[in-house]
Write a protein that binds this ligand. Structure first.
Ligand SMILES: *Cc1c(COP(=O)(O)O)cnc(C)c1O
Length: 505
């Protein structure tokens, strides 16, 4: 007969038994005890506990099993393939993790005096210069905590620069319809009116539309290259000329530099501002909301506007300078998400100049190989014949849905049963039933082939096994979630509160 296993308990508190302990400490000697009591006197009366904390009482193995079990319910890049297009879930070298945990790094505190943190300042200073070289711009700030914040900082700098140059009237930002949602949001937050640019037949930005929409109010354009369809914007030079001729500035969304590392540089393509998501392009575990880092770089005319503090190198060492006259000000406490930046530094140094070129080469190869293996009568490519994809590609599951009723979302759920993560679904918005796939440079041929097999077999079995697909996933730690309630405030209970005696009875 089935009995609920003890380990089905989701909360340690429920496993607690009076008197069970998971540690052994020597008894408190009286001298130490009185010291603790003296310390307690320093805490104001109203902030002191009136009863002991009600902690669960458990043995060590129970606690250990609980946390190991939780970790096994999770899926991550260290468990299986995770080709989440646009988000770039690439392997994170463990050596970087180890360096971040080094006590000489991990125990640094932002309030330490500058003379005691010369090492990390030197690392960050060097990283700024490496990113400037990779992006072909003059200077970088590492402060922004995410791509979206980098965009906001970039848009604000553009605004201040235009105002100082006597073009305060320029208030329109051009954004292609294939852009990541953060682009129009950041531009709007910086006070710009967002002008949508439609894509051409090829899936790239339409030069005709840019010509039509550029005018004396154009402040600039935000462009993602390769765009979110994974296609290189082949008309960049022409587009950027149009915007520059009208006195506007070009913003490069480099959240994903994976296809271009060591090959072409945004600065050389005519961009004035660029952000790079180091948590995508330069590894770093991320997801579930962070932490990340979205350093932002600029050509020299915009450098005075970068956020403060700036890291300055003098003969006697490194220091943080808060004095820049034209700065847009600080935008993040201290100097950004240092641990994320440090991983990017390790990743860049461990690969070197040639290694970074190999990253882009293999990322693009992997993506095109996977695309070539897919059954096109179910998954329709969005790249035109003869135009290769970059580090990611988008297919539409519309043909599959029309034939069998199985949608991109259902395919994504079914993939989970094979111990793999699904692609990004329903983005970009301009493709119906979109599946956006980015295998990354770190997957083997066999893994890429296995992923294609899974997608193709879901498609080929979607008529006979439709019911099973529609009810998937079956093999994961939680089954199909209620997506409506999961995304509505107030309907998900994420905290636990012990009932007091009166509520219990
Ligand atoms: C991820 C991404 C962003 C936003 O970056 P966050 O760090 O999530 O704020 C912007 N643009 C593109 C193209 C992206 O892929």
């Amino acid at each position: 007969m089935y009995r609920q296993a003890v380990w089905d308990e989701p909360i340690l508190k429920h496993l607690s038994r009076e008197g069970r302990v998971g540690y052994s400490l020597p008894p408190l000697d009286s001298e130490f005890k009185s010291k603790i009591e003296d310390l307690a006197d320093l805490v104001p009366e109203k902030m002191r506990r009136d009863k002991e904390p009600n902690l669960p009482q458990l043995s060590e193995p129970e606690v250990l099993r609980h946390y190991v079990r939780l970790s096994q319910m999770n899926f991550g890049i260290d468990v299986g393939m995770y080709p989440l297009g646009s988000c770039t879930m690439k392997y994170n070298p463990k050596v970087s993790q180890r360096i971040c945990r080094d006590p000489r790094i991990a125990y640094l505190h932002p309030y330490q005096s500058e003379s005691t943190v010369q090492g990390i300042l030197e690392i960050l200073y060097e990283l700024e210069h490496m990113l400037s070289e990779i992006a072909g711009v003059s200077s970088f700030s590492l402060q922004p905590a995410a791509g979206a914040q980098g965009e906001y900082v970039g848009a604000l700098m553009m605004k201040h620069y235009l105002q100082d140059s006597g073009f305060g009237n320029k208030n329109e930002m051009l954004v292609p319809d294939s852009a990541h949602g953060t682009n129009p949001a950041s531009a709007a937050m910086a006070g710009f009116k967002v002008v949508k640019i439609p894509s051409s037949e090829k899936g790239t930005v339409s030069v005709e539309a840019v010509k039509r929409l550029v005018n004396q109010n154009t402040a600039g354009m935000m462009l993602t290259v390769p765009n979110t369809l994974g296609i290189f914007e082949s008309d960049i030079v022409e587009v950027s000329k149009q915007v520059h001729d009208a006195g506007g500035l070009m913003y490069y969304d480099g959240a994903n530099m994976n296809a271009l590392l060591g090959r072409v540089r945004p600065g050389d393509m005519g961009f004035d501002v660029v952000h790079i998501n180091v948590h995508k392009t330069f590894a770093t575990p991320h997801g579930g909301g962070g932490p990340g880092a979205g350093p932002v770089g600029v050509v020299s005319k915009l450098a005075p506007y970068l956020p403060v503090p700036r890291i300055i190198k003098r003969d006697d060492g490194y220091s943080l300078d808060y004095q820049a006259e034209k700065t847009i000000g600080p935008i993040k406490s201290f100097y950004g998400n240092i641990a994320v930046l440090l991983r990017a530094y390790c990743y860049i140094l461990s690969l070197g100049r040639e290694g970074l070129k190999t990253v882009s080469e293999q990322a693009v190869l992997a993506s095109n190989y996977l695309l070539s293996l897919l059954n096109k009568s179910s998954y329709k490519p969005t790249t035109s014949e003869g135009i290769p994809a970059k580090h990611e590609f988008v297919v539409s599951a519309s043909p599959l849905k029309r034939r069998t009723g199985v949608s991109a979302g259902e395919v994504a759920k079914a993939i989970l049963d094979f111990g793999m993560h699904s692609p990004t679904t329903y983005f970009p918005l301009i493709v119906s039933e979109a599946l956006m796939i980015e295998p990354t440079e770190t997957e083997t041929l066999e893994n890429i082939e296995a992923y294609a097999d899974v997608l193709n077999s879901i498609a080929s079995s979607s008529e006979q096994e439709k019911e099973q697909i529609m009810a998937s996933p079956h093999n994961t730690s939680v089954g199909r979630l209620d997506e409506y309630h999961a995304s509505h405030p107030g309907s998900m209970i994420l905290s636990w509160k012990e009932l007091d005696q009166t509520e219990k009875t």
